[in-house]
Design a protein around this ligand. Structure first.
Ligand code: ARG
Length: 469
């Protein structure tokens, strides 16, 4: 049975009818459709529309449909997931199934199903992010006090601890988790009872429907509730940032795995060979993460573009907002799983990193800082050390290799303490204001990250275990 044939005297054009269906993709929403329909059925019974027995029959039918699971194949006679669930209820429970749609509209249903889907994905992806961040923390822990160059403009800038560099990524992922939690807060209101646009005509207990589905409250305005997809945009944009972070990470690790850098040893389980060049080990996992990030960003743009011209409230264009949400959730989850596997397996060439951290004048700023502590104004100190660097370039040596006489010619009094300040350990230690790379601070930052992540892991596990439908 169609959901809307009564007022039509002509059947829909066959091609149009087939083309406008969403069942090929929205059937993955079935678990949420079932949960929301059960909440609606209870409200119908409370409002006197269903008897106790009818409610029972309806709930049993919905439970059975839930247990049967998401249909594996498309069915061209079904318009969308709402049509499917309703038709199945009639099939299983008989005539009483025809009462299910009393006082509700597919407009509120899709708004509810999509919120439930996104909420579950937020929980899953937050857990994946926590696991990825934990893999970074583990590597940071393993890295001890090893140093590496930090780059600005991709030129050697200052040495940092390898752990400090890895913890930079942890900060990015913690922000991602926080953004998702923030999105979840605003998302967690229940559109059921909003009807098609003006609200429902029955005395449905909206509060209890919201509670049943673990929402914080019912939505406040039926017009907004049926047309709002802000939560989808926020979700997809939060995930675009996750993808962007992963892409930057992938790019950096690809670069650092080249023979030229050789900081990162590519783990074989996450690399591929070349069919032509026997010697090759290629960073395909990283390249694909970088490549898929492009698709994720494109989906976010699709969503904005679909919504930007829509008048209130429901328009069929809104059906087009589903696929970008599904695609982004699935892509990012896959990217995170591979990234976590990669990070757990990756190894670093600490010798090479440490060696790179010890040359290239990366102690120049610390040297200028030393002169500042002796009372020389920074701008002058900068100039003096700059001259010394120029001399080094001419002599093809490092700052610590210039003689006292050379320094004297540059106008610098290079005593023992000056040379001491140039040593790698000293350069690292001097960055000892919170947020900096001094080893004691990095150890503290590591402990903080561990504590934060173990707390988040607890929350994330709890959330994914008590998933609604
Ligand atoms: N499949 C539709 C969607 O995803 C369900 C809502 C249909 N509502 C309507 N008024 N035609 O948006």
């Amino acid at each position: 049975m169609k959901m809307w044939s009564g007022r039509f005297s002509q059947p829909p054009d066959a091609e149009f009818e087939h083309w406008q269906r969403s069942f090929p993709f929205d059937r993955i929403l079935l678990p949420y459709e079932v949960a929301a329909s059960k909440a609606h059925a209870s409200a119908l019974a409370k409002a006197g529309v269903l008897t106790v027995d009818e409610l029972q029959a309806m709930q049993d039918a919905l439970d059975q449909i839930g247990r049967e699971g998401i249909p594996q194949h498309d069915d061209p006679t079904i318009e969308d997931v709402h049509h499917y669930a309703e038709r199945k209820v009639v099939e299983v429970a008989g005539e009483v199934g025809l009462k299910l749609h009393t006082g509700r509209s597919r407009n509120e249903q899709i708004a509810t199903d999509l919120r439930l889907y996104v909420r579950e994905q937020i929980d899953v992806i937050s857990l994946l992010l926590t696991e990825l961040a934990s893999a970074f923390v583990k590597k940071a822990d393993d890295a001890g006090d090893h140093a590496m160059p930090a780059y600005t403009h991709l030129q050697r800038a200052e040495p940092v601890l390898v752990a400090h560099w890895l913890l930079a990524y942890v900060e990015m992922f913690l922000r991602d988790i926080d953004r998702l939690a923030d999105c979840r807060k605003r998302l967690n209101v229940c559109p059921l009872g909003s009807g098609a646009v003006a609200g429902t005509i029955l005395a449905l207990d909206r509060l209890s429907m919201a509670k049943t589905l673990d929402f914080d409250a019912p939505t406040a305005n039926s017009v907004d509730a049926t047309s709002d997809r802000d939560f989808a945009i926020e979700f997809v944009h939060a995930l675009s940032l996750v993808a962007l972070h992963l892409s930057r990470w992938a790019e950096e690790f690809i670069l650092f795995s080249t023979t030229e850098f050789a900081f990162v040893k590519l783990p074989e389980p996450y690399s591929t060979g070349s069919s032509a060049m026997p010697q090759k080990k290629n960073p395909d996992a990283l390249e694909l993460i970088r490549g898929k990030a492009g698709r994720v960003l494109a989906e976010a743009t699709t969503l904005f573009t679909t919504l930007k011209g829509l008048s209130l409230a429901y328009n069929k264009d809104l059906q087009e907002t589903q696929q970008p949400v599904f695609a982004v959730a699935q892509q990012v989850a896959g990217m995170l799983r591979v990234a976590t596997g990669f990070m757990s397996a990756v190894e670093f060439n600490y010798d090479r990193m440490q060696q790179a951290a010890s040359c290239g004048f990366m102690n120049a700023q610390a040297a200028a800082g030393h002169l500042v502590r002796q009372g020389i104004p920074f701008r002058r100190a900068h100039e003096l050390i700059g001259k010394a660097v120029r001399l080094c370039v001419e002599q093809n040596c490092e700052l610590e290799q210039l003689s006292k006489e050379d320094y004297r010619l540059c106008g610098i009094n290079a005593d023992e303490s000056f040379y001491h300040a140039l040593a790698l350990d000293e350069v690292l230690a001097v960055h000892n204001v919170p947020g900096g790379t001094a080893p004691a601070l990095v150890r503290e930052a590591l402990q903080t990250a561990k504590a934060t992540l173990s707390q988040l892991l607890g929350v994330a596990h709890a959330c994914t275990q008590r998933q609604a439908p």
